[in-house]
Design a protein around this ligand. Sequence first.
Ligand code: DGJ
Length: 741
Amino acid sequence: MGISYDPTKGLFHLRSPGSSYVLQVLETGLVAHVFWGGALRQPVELGRIAPQLFGEAPATPVLGEAPYPRLSLDLLPQEYPAYGRTDFREPAYQVALDDGSTVTDLRYQSHQIYPGKRPLVGLPATFVERGEDAESLDLTLADEHAGLEVVLTYTVYRELNVVTRSARFTNKGSRRLRLLRAFSGSVDFPDDRFELLQLSGAWARERHLWRRPLVPGIQAIGSTRGASSHHQNPFLALLRPETDEHHGHAYGFSLVYSGSFLAQAEVNHYGQTRVAMGIHPLNFSWLLEPGEIFQTPELILVYSDRGLNGLSQTFHDLFRRFLLRGPYRDRPRPVLLNSWEATYFNFTEERLLELAREAQALGMELFVLDDGWFGRRNDDTSSLGDWEANKAKLPRGLKGLGEAVNDLGLAFGLWVEPEMVSPDSDLYRAHPDWCLHVPGRSRSLGRNQLVLDLTREEVRRFIVDRIGAILRSAPIAYVKWDMNRYMTEVGSAGLPPERQQETAHRYILGLYQVLEELTEAFPHVLFEGCAGGGGRFDPGILYYMPQIWTSDDTDAVERLKIQYGTSIVYPLVTMGAHVSAAPNHQVGRVTPLATRGDVALFGNMGYELDVTRLDPEEKAAIQAQVVRYKRLRALIHRGDFYRLLSPFEGNETAWMVVAKDRREALVGFYRVLAQPNPRPSRLRLVGLDPALEYELVGQGERWDGDQLMEVGLTVEPYLANTGGDFQSVVLHWRAVGPGKE
Ligand code: DGJ
């Protein structure tokens, strides 16, 4: 593992246990991307992978520089391609100079290799706690004519096939520069025999899997909504056509950012593929006065030669070890009851305590009061910004309620939506210019609300002070941080005209600052991110909040797809997953309680229904589910996750978690619709130790690991709730005795 440099060839080799990333500084100072893929013992040189580069290419302008006068950037695989100098593909960045020109040309200046990883100022990023866990490279490039310096930073992790990248722009000259685009990274692949995998959806059906072959031209996904969005996740992967869950090569790209982003793959006329990702350039520009710096968000690159499961497991390990922070990174996550689908806005303290009492009797650990507790908030038309408890509903305030919940033996948690303001609120009446808006234009509403202008220091102060005061005022152990609308009329009364196009990104920087301050001031509080469900499920949010409400759709069948898709990048411990009522409130479907529990089990499990209206049988079932989850949550949250059968491909879904030492495994199997005279379902397990014997916990049955993996199980005999639609089963295997030869 590590980064080596061969000065005679200008070759940098970034090595992890199973991958190599090679770049080369040419004699002219141009920085070429040479290779990213499986581990090489020696770095390969550019001439080997692209011998045609230095010859004539028809109808292609050339740079005309010695020693490669025929070299065209249009064919050169590059690390951070510029606009305007013979490369007609999309650039990684574009800068306007004071004279109005937009052509730049970065050349190598110097580099530094160092142990560990430095934080990105003001931005979330993966980190290491010990220098020996990673090694980093800062590659300094400059365009002297423009007075521009760009430092490309790379980190490789000792144990993971990960490269992280980011770019830092500095205006080293004496004239203004304006960034028109500043992607976090760009990778040029020498061929296009790939399929593009993306996680796309909408509210209540987030992160569904879509896979399509690459074709010539640009294929892009992105968000222009001011949040990473329900619609597209800041992730894409290139897969070889033959790659499946278990085999084949996969290249994953994940952006540590919560705002508007663009991710694209461009195939050119020679079949080369350029993948680039970063802040969305639409309505983005950034003024760099002399001496000023702009830091891009971080882009994570993951390579797998073990298919999509291998790709996901690397993301999961990286996020669990080097992205999530705070005491809850490693602590068991509490089983919660959330009040939202139980009461919506309609509750009294007594009603909440009834719910909490029942939650405690069912074995839950945390009671969460959702929306409706403040101002005059009896529906969604008012009061965001007026963060004072509604005394009509909560006569003893949050303190009284929180203490009463604690007296029942539960921790107390609270919903907030601090980034927003209702036009019908005291806050808005006092500060009508504190929301994003454009002078002379009306202000569009989303869920009857406006977006506070987090670019402004006084707005950030207000949020930190108000939320801080609430957290100090009552025994609050958990916060659900919601955000329920996208940005429109993106402008700030606090910024000068020439900086208006910085608003959306400055908002996200402001959000990160607020979250940094609050999570630092309240380290004991478990924060759960939320954005109308999973509208901001991204690594940027996870840096501050180690779990996120995955979707407002709590239906078990819908959740199969949502959780399956989300697991491509995000570990189960980050996914809020609640058992809710039947008929389900989003789709009206009636599923067995057992199935709802079996789906929510593979996540961060909680409940969101009126537990006071359960019959004794349902109570007993929930009690048993909670006991089971508490027993298994360490395995579920820390083990290796494998997807086995895809809900996007058929009627059956299966997945499993295997402990890191392979002595324990948990399998979930789900059949959506019952079929007449069904074909038996065979499920071959994966990831076990073939030499170990495993016992089916609670049933005594024993199988060898190799049998479970090679022969596989026939699922039918294990299905608890046989007959009817929406059947499921969870099987827990534990190794017995030492391994056999
Ligand atoms: C949207 C969230 O996703 C829901 O869980 C709930 O908290 C509502 N907002 C409350 O308004």
